[in-house]
Design a protein around this ligand. Structure first.
Ligand SMILES: [Ca+2]
Ligand SMILES: [Ca+2]
Ligand SMILES: [Ca+2]
Ligand SMILES: [Ca+2]
Length: 525
């Protein structure tokens, strides 16, 4: 098995192992004949309790009692001679073939021919689960989707956010990603995680099909974010920080969308940090094998949130209009993104941060126990996510540094109220700090007290408004003071001897704390 990389100014960690797939799974494969099996049994009701001769007839036919009081029996096969004999003795109330009923979730009993090869359905708990109708959109910023592929031709709610480059150059990776996420129930090929999803595609690889430039990814993320809140999947990555993409991701978060990204395929090369996977607020997805272990190629880091299947995944192939299998975090990510869109559609009152938090917290822990750099919180578990309690909301994101909050009004910034209160959460790696603006009038004192959900959960500091950042060594010259802590309380007081001024008040997880909810109260005297 090999995993090719698409390289460009941005190194894309797409992992198409087309040649090395364990088996070519095509529309004419044996899997195509697998379907519902007709049940070969007959149910009968007798008009009275059976007499000895009738009891012998039933026994000889291999029948057994379903319910004695109602005189219901079940016979293997069609029951021809036995039924005729019972009828002749006026002992037969009715006979009918055993029928298969669908549970409420029976729309998950898909008969598209390649569904039996989609091993990942059971792994994430959706075999037998009915996905919802169209709802919160799923946006792919990728290499475009082949709208003429048999899987997508005529698919309802497939939206092109820009022109889609046709195959063979364009669409190979994007079509594969789209099929895992949202291939429809159409009697053809695969069924994706969320087959009726409103699926939007932005082709960020125009003109080549394999190279995605920063500018096109930025435009795709912004086009997605401005088209209304959605789950935005980024099955792409590069090993250098990209301020333009970071800005676009921040804007998408501000506008209420959820960004899901592949963790990267460099697990066997020491897992160099991969962007946008390691950006704050990005739901970062690792890849697992059919055996339920994290794939060796899946990039490890503290930024990984959870894992989903990403090895030997059946996909639509844009090049030949058929199907194949492939491996990579490129396919794990859209499984989580589609699950997120499903969850959000069913529970529309959630915000993007809550959707992400539910997917993390409801994941099934994988070895080693607890959060780890390979799988984060563990393997995606869709039924657990759908049922998971709503976590606290964390408003105002992104507010991780001064550039994101400068000029914005926060709940703490009013000039007239002497006391204010806000609640929020901070999480190492995902939401490293919350920056609040506060106004302190001339000659007055500010007191800030943060109470956290865990002992010594948060650290606070106060910075000058002229600070360009509150992160790193350079920021310490702009730091006015740091809070002192006791138990789950962190507090600071600042007296403003000069004229009225704005300051930045920062709340971050205390050293060693993964995640903390807090209530921050400020008082001006
Ligand atoms: Ca299909
Ligand atoms: Ca992350
Ligand atoms: Ca926060
Ligand atoms: Ca924040």
């Amino acid at each position: 098995m090999y995993r090719s990389r698409w390289t460009s100014g941005l190194l894309l960690t797409v992992a198409l192992s087309l040649a090395g797939a364990a088996a070519f799974v095509g529309p004419s494969s044996p899997a195509a004949s697998a379907g519902a099996v007709a049940s070969a049994a007959t149910l009968v009701q007798l008009t009275r309790q059976p007499q000895p001769l009738e009891r012998r007839l039933l026994a000889r036919a291999g029948a057994h009692v379903l319910d004695r009081e109602l005189r219901l029996w079940r016979l293997p096969g069609g029951g021809g001679a036995t039924i005729a004999a019972l009828r002749g003795r006026a002992a037969l109330a009715f006979a009918q073939r055993e029928r298969s009923y669908r549970v409420a979730a029976a729309t998950a009993d898909f008969t598209d021919p390649l569904v039996p090869s989609e091993w990942w359905r059971a792994a994430i708990g959706i075999a037998g689960l009915a996905p919802p109708g169209p709802g919160v959109p799923l946006t792919l910023v990728d290499s475009g989707v082949s709208f003429t592929h048999p899987e997508f031709a005529g698919r309802p709610n497939l939206v092109a956010l820009n022109a889609q480059e046709p195959a063979p150059l364009g669409g190979v990776h994007g079509t594969a990603v789209a099929s895992v996420a949202a291939a429809p129930v159409n009697g053809v090929g695969l069924v994706g995680v969320y087959p009726e999803a409103v699926l939007r595609s932005y082709d960020a690889a125009i003109g080549d099909g394999t190279r995605l430039e920063s500018s096109e990814i930025v435009e795709g993320i912004l086009a997605a974010a401005r088209a209304g809140k959605s789950v935005i999947n980024l099955s792409l990555g590069a090993e250098s920080k990209d301020a333009a993409i970071e800005t676009a991701v921040g804007e998408a978060v501000r506008l209420g969308s959820l960004i899901v990204a592949a963790s990267g395929n460099s697990g066997e090369q020491g897992s160099p940090l991969t962007y946008p996977a390691v950006l704050a607020h990005v739901l970062t997805v690792a890849a697992t094998t059919p055996e339920g272990r994290v794939a060796s190629f899946s990039s490890r880091s503290a930024y990984v949130d959870l894992a989903a299947p990403g090895v030997d995944i059946p996909i639509a192939s844009a090049g030949d209009g058929g199907y194949t299998t492939s491996s990579g975090t490129s396919f794990a990510s859209p499984i989580v993104a589609a699950a997120a869109a499903w969850l959000w559609t069913v529970r529309p009152e959630l915000d993007a941060g809550q959707v992400a938090e539910i997917l993390r917290r409801s994941a099934r822990d994988l070895e080693p126990a607890g959060i780890d750099p390979a799988s984060g919180y563990g393997l995606l578990d869709v039924p657990a996510a759908l049922a998971y309690p709503t976590p606290a909301s964390d408003p105002g994101e992104p507010n991780d540094d001064v550039a994101q909050v400068r000029g914005r009004i926060s709940a703490l910034s009013t000039r007239t109220r002497p006391t204010s209160s806000v609640t929020g959460t901070v999480t190492a790696y995902e939401d490293p700090r919350d920056v609040h603006r506060v106004w302190v009038p001339a000659g007055r004192s500010l007191t800030a007290v943060a109470t956290s959900s865990v002992g010594a959960g948060v650290a606070m500091a106060l910075f000058r408004e002229s600070a360009t950042t509150v992160v790193g060594q350079g920021a310490r010259f702009d730091r006015v003071l740091r809070a002192t802590g006791s138990g789950n309380r962190s507090s600071l007081s600042f007296t403003n001897a000069k004229q009225g001024r704005w300051l930045f008040l920062t709340v971050a997880p205390a050293r060693g704390v993964r995640s903390a909810a807090y209530t921050l109260r400020t008082t001006v005297r």
